[in-house]
Design a protein around this ligand. Structure first.
Ligand SMILES: NC(=O)C1=CN([C@@H]2O[C@H](COP(=O)(O)OP(=O)(O)OC[C@H]3O[C@@H](n4cnc5c(N)ncnc54)[C@H](OP(=O)(O)O)[C@@H]3O)[C@@H](O)[C@H]2O)C=CC1
Ligand SMILES: CC(=O)[C@@H](O)[C@H](O)COP(=O)(O)O
Ligand SMILES: [Mn+2]
Length: 384
């Protein structure tokens, strides 16, 4: 039996992780789950999976959850960051699935690493903001980091039985999002509803908007740099609209190994939970002849400037990727609230990066204060 905690069990990755648990209920036991607002779903999950601990980030919702639970439920209910960290550190849990969205995932992930847990990393913002600091911490505490993000799982799998030192380049695939091939004139007027229509994946709102701006690919470039210890110049982003080749690696002998599959996050989630074992499941098989065509294009980094900004932030280093990420989190939330336009996401991110004086990351506090600076600066920019 493997014991797991799921941070963000009510989200897209969280619910698909629970699907994987249903598929392998004789091998996986859920010890702790967490959510923010969706207490109706947390109630159902508690009744179905009987975790020992459930954290509801939102304090009022935590009290409300207690009131709607059947009286025989023994699950301890906590709230706030203390609760999130308790779920991440839960003694019996060996694997922590980090499936909360945004920088809020940083502190609990650090807590889990310091307890030497295995991290099934979906929350890309942790590595984007923490970079080498997180990777060094994971080495220091012998906490394996197993990627869940489909591209990084594909790269990880392509590297199995190969020497990391012989990587020529990483080929990171991107669907291109709902606005692939569009120009700036078109993008001026796009609506939130259009941006939320991802062609291949059903995901949370934040990452879906990031896919539309190509910021998701930018965040994944940064994530790949730190996970696989390569230079930014060794990462080639290729637009592949079918999302069948999830990414790959070209080695020094010019042989490329890639991982393919239908777009189904349960596959990389299962892989991370059972690594290095591969288990049977009931998911759909890939038929290349049914798919017919796999196509590839270069990304347009002028129109989709967020991808260019991600490469720029990596070359700058230090707190710059954290600042880009924090700025993007604020901008996406403003866009979802219809307070800024689609193109303003990239424009504001660029402005913030130009205003930031990077610092070396010495501790988690450096990252959090860069986040604070970013939020303050965006607020004052918007007021003026
Ligand atoms: N979805 C996907 O296919 C993929 C996602 N990822 C990454 O995985 C992470 C999760 O994405 P996804 O599942 O799509 O996101 P969702 O928005 O679907 O889910 C987010 C989860 O985090 C919880 N949450 C939101 N805000 C807070 C907060 N402030 N404090 C504590 N918990 C919070 C939500 O709780 P509640 O629902 O109760 O409000 C929910 O459980 C992201 O970092 C994303 O980039 C990576 C690859 C693929
Ligand atoms: C499923 C997954 O891993 C997402 O990060 C996905 O990659 C988003 O698709 P884009 O390639 O459009 O960003
Ligand atoms: Mn991805």
């Amino acid at each position: 039996m493997k014991y797991i905690s799921i941070l963000g069990s009510t989200g897209s990755i969280g619910t698909q992780t629970l699907d994987v648990v249903r598929e392998h209920d004789d091998e996986l036991k859920v010890c702790a789950i967490t959510g923010n607002n969706n207490i109706e779903l947390l109630r159902e999950q508690i009744i179905e999976f009987s975790p020992m601990l459930c954290c509801v980030m939102n304090e009022e919702k935590a009290s409300a959850l207690k009131n709607i639970l059947p009286s025989n439920v023994k699950t301890e209910i906590m709230s706030g960051m203390d609760g999130l960290i308790a779920a991440a550190e839960y003694e019996k849990s060996e694997i922590i699935v980090t499936a909360v969205s945004g920088m809020i995932g940083l502190k609990p992930t650090v807590a889990a690493i310091k307890k030497g847990k295995t991290i099934a990393l979906a929350n890309k913002e942790t590595l984007v903001t923490g970079g080498d600091y997180i990777m060094n911490l994971a080495r220091q505490y012998h906490a394996p980091i197993l990627p869940v993000d489909s591209e990084h799982s594909a790269i990880f799998q392509s590297l199995m039985a190969n020497d990391k030192k012989s990587i020529n380049k990483i080929v990171l695939t991107a669907s291109g999002g709902p606005f692939r091939g569009k120009n700036t004139d078109f993008l001026k007027n796009v609506k939130v509803e259009d941006a939320l229509k991802h062609p291949n994946w059903s995901m949370g709102k934040k990452i879906t908007i990031d896919s539309a701006t190509l910021m998701n690919k930018g965040l994944e470039v940064i994530e790949a740099k730190f996970l696989f210890d390569v230079e930014p110049e060794q990462i080639e982003v290729v637009v592949h609209p079918q999302s069948i080749i999830h990414s790959g690696v070209e080695f020094c002998d010019h042989s490329t190994i890639a991982q393919l599959g239908l777009p189904d996050m349960r596959v990389p989630i299962q892989f991370a939970l059972f690594y290095p074992k591969r288990l049977n499941n009931s998911y759909k098989s890939l038929s290349l002849s049914e798919i017919g065509n796999l196509t590839f294009e270069k990304p347009d980094m002028e129109v989709f400037k967020c991808l260019r900004l991600a490469f720029d932030s990596l070359r700058e280093g230090g707190t710059m990727p954290a600042v880009l990420n924090a700025s993007n989190e604020v901008c996406v939330s403003l866009f979802l609230d219809k307070k800024i336009s689609f193109l303003e996401i990239g424009d504001l991110n660029e402005k913030i990066m130009n205003m930031h004086k990077k610092e070396k990351i010495e501790s988690i506090e450096t990252i959090l204060s860069a986040e604070e600076w970013t939020k303050r600066t965006i607020n004052s920019l918007l007021k003026n």
